[in-house]
Structure formats: structure tokens, C-alpha cells
Design a protein around this ligand. Structure first.
Ligand SMILES: C[S@@+](CC[C@H](N)C(=O)[O-])C[C@H]1O[C@@H](n2cnc3c(N)ncnc32)[C@H](O)[C@@H]1O
Length: 311
């Protein structure tokens, strides 16, 4: 069975968020920055995956690894072998260069050091030599950073992409709703991942701007409609709700509670973002909180956004 090595990278303040997303994408508890598995997930889907290696061979003995790779008869035009450093085992620079060269002789084709078409990776992790095809994560979510319409309420796209992954768990068949979609930040990330997602907002102006944002990137603008969260009749598999708070949108505490209660009627699972601890209000609406994490802006501040996963 094919194996993959995923390499995660994030600032310290994002550790808990990365662990939460990992749990939903890989259906396991987060184990650390290097993850060996037979689960195949696109490295570009998550903002935390720096790279993925499709493993050709693994061995405790480097000469054995060379033999295994040779026997596989790989051939590539314009390839390069790189050593991928990791925090678990250190290989001295010159030694790593020599080993990359030795490995390159086990592969047929042509070597190209600048802008190769194919990159083959070698790393020494947990006392095991690992070699495979290297995929560097491409931050596809960045393209939505220049959407024409935005406002101070908008989520940052990294968080929006992560919420979508937590909500979908990579399942493209789910129906997803963002009932308070603002400028459509979450909807855009969902569409970029090929998900079945719709957005609604009570405000005529905001929902219109969100529609224009979708159209700007070539998506169907009609996936965003003006609607009060209390007026939905359809049921979705999952909702992603970034609840309005009384900072930019005038809203009372009672209205917030009533919106959480309204969301309970339209979805089986909810991923909710709040500016303060709303555990009590979520539970009072009849939800069971499965997971919760506080995403701080930097490591050094106390406050941030709460992310709840409930059903
Ligand atoms: C925090 S903002 C969402 C921002 C959004 N996630 C983004 O990235 O642009 C909350 C939104 O909820 C909308 N809203 C307030 N009350 C609502 C209601 N009863 N039904 C639907 N949307 C509502 C507001 O117009 C506002 O755009």
C-alpha cells in the first residue's frame, strides 16, 4: 500500500488550530510536524501542510534504500534530488549532499538543478531513510486575498480555509451552509476545494458584495443570497457560522442566542466562530460541543477567536 509523509509548518499560535484541522482531515489525533500515513490528501488543501512526499522506499540502511530505489526503475526528465531537513534527525550538510547525489544515480533520466520538472526528496526521520516524490504545498487560498469587496468583519483566508476543512473533513458530498456569510470568505474557500456550499446574509448590501466576489473568481454568484438565518427551511449537513458581534454589526446578546438557536434547526453539525467564550449559549441551544480551540492572533496575546465544533 502506498505511503505518504506529510510535513506541517505553522507559527506557534496556530498549533491548536492545525491539530483541530488534522483531526477532521485525517481522522486521527495530531501527532506532530511529520506524519506518515497511507491517506492521500492534496497538500494544497490545508494552509498547514508544507509538503507531501509520495514514498518510493524506506529503510534503516541507506545502501538498502539505494538498492530498493534502483529496483523500482524510476525515470524522470529534468529531475533533482533534494534533502529535506527535519527536526528529529540531523544529517550533516556535506553528507546530505553526497547522499542526494548517490540517490540520483539510482534514477534514470536527466538531472536539472534549476527549476527541475520533478523533485525527488530524501530525508532521515526517526532513524529511517525515506525517499519519494516531493510535492511542495502551493498556497492556493492566497488567490482570494485580493477579492474586490471586503470589510473589517471578514475572516482571514487562512482561518476560512481551515474552518472549511474542519467542517467537511474532506468529504465533497456534504451540503454546507454559511448562514452569516458576510463577504463570502468561507464560501470562496469551500468552492475552491470543490465543495457543495451556499452562503446567506441578512444584509442586502453585504450579500450583493459577496455575490460580486464570487463572480470575480468565476463562480456562480447565485450561491449567495440575502436571507435571515431565522427564515431557512432547508437542512444542511454542516453549517459554518461566524456569528456577528457587537463591534461592527449592531447586535444584542439575545439576538446572538436566537441566531445560534436558529442554526440548530438547519444543520446536523456546526463549526462556529465567536469573539468570546459562548460555550453556555451553544449548549443552551441544544448543541453538544465536540471540540473547541482558541485561535490567538499571536502567541503573546490572551484573546482571539473561539472555534467550536458541535453537533
Ligand atoms: C462576522 S460577520 C461574517 C463575516 C464573514 N465570515 C466574512 O468573512 O466576511 C457576520 C455577518 O452576519 C450577518 N447577519 C447578522 N444578522 C444576521 C441574520 N439574522 N441572518 C443572517 N445574517 C446575519 C451580518 O450582516 C454580517 O455580515
Amino acid at each position: 500500500m502506498k505511503k505518504y509523509l506529510y510535513i506541517f509548518n505553522y507559527p506557534p499560535e496556530d498549533h491548536d488550530l492545525c491539530a483541530l484541522e488534522f483531526k477532521y482531515l485525517f481522522h486521527e489525533e495530531y501527532q506532530g510536524q511529520y506524519y506518515l500515513t497511507n491517506q492521500d490528501i492534496c497538500q494544497d488543501d490545508s494552509v498547514f501542510i508544507k509538503a507531501k512526499i509520495d514514498i518510493f522506499a524506506m529503510s534503516e540502511n541507506f545502501d538498502e534504500l539505494l538498492k530498493e530505489v534502483k529496483a523500482l526503475n524510476y525515470e524522470y526528465p529534468d529531475f533533482k534530488v533534494i534533502y529535506v531537513k527535519n527536526k528529529m534527525n540531523h544529517v550533516e550538510y556535506r553528507d546530505s549532499l553526497k547522499k542526494c547525489k548517490d540517490l540520483s544515480w539510482m534514477i534514470e533520466g536527466t538531472v536539472k538543478l534549476n527549476q527541475p520538472l520533478h523533485t525527488i526528496a530524501l530525508t532521515y526521520l526517526n532513524n529511517m531513510w525515506i525517499c519519494g516524490y516531493y510535492h511542495h504545498g502551493i498556497p492556493t487560498w492566497k488567490k482570494h486575498d485580493d477579492k474586490p469587496w471586503t470589510f473589517s468583519n471578514s475572516l482571514d483566508i487562512r482561518l476560512a480555509r481551515t474552518l472549511v476543512n474542519i467542517a467537511s473533513g474532506g468529504n465533497k458530498d456534504l451540503t454546507i451552509i454559511d448562514p452569516c456569510c458576510g463577504m463570502g470568505t468561507v464560501v470562496l474557500e469551500g468552492l475552491a476545494l470543490g465543495l457543495n456550499i451556499e452562503g446567506y446574509d441578512i444584509s442586502r448590501e453585504i450579500s450583493w458584495h459577496a455575490r460580486k466576489n464570487l463572480e470575480y473568481y468565476g463562480y456562480d454568484g447565485q450561491l449567495i443570497q440575502r436571507k435571515d438565518i431565522h427564515d431557512h427551511t432547508k437542512v444542511y449537513d454542516v453549517a459554518i457560522m461566524d456569528i456577528p458581534y457587537n463591534l461592527y454589526t449592531p447586535i444584542t446578546y439575545e439576538e446572538q442566542c436566537s441566531m445560534i438557536q436558529a442554526s440548530r434547526k438547519i444543520c446536523k453539525k456546526m463549526v462556529m466562530v465567536t469573539f468570546e467564550d459562548m460555550t453556555k449559549e451553544i449548549e443552551q441551544a441544544g448543541y453538544k460541543i465536540i471540540d473547541c480551540c482558541l485561535r490567538k492572533k499571536t502567541e503573546y496575546v490572551k484573546f482571539g477567536r473561539y472555534i467550536y465544533v458541535c453537533n
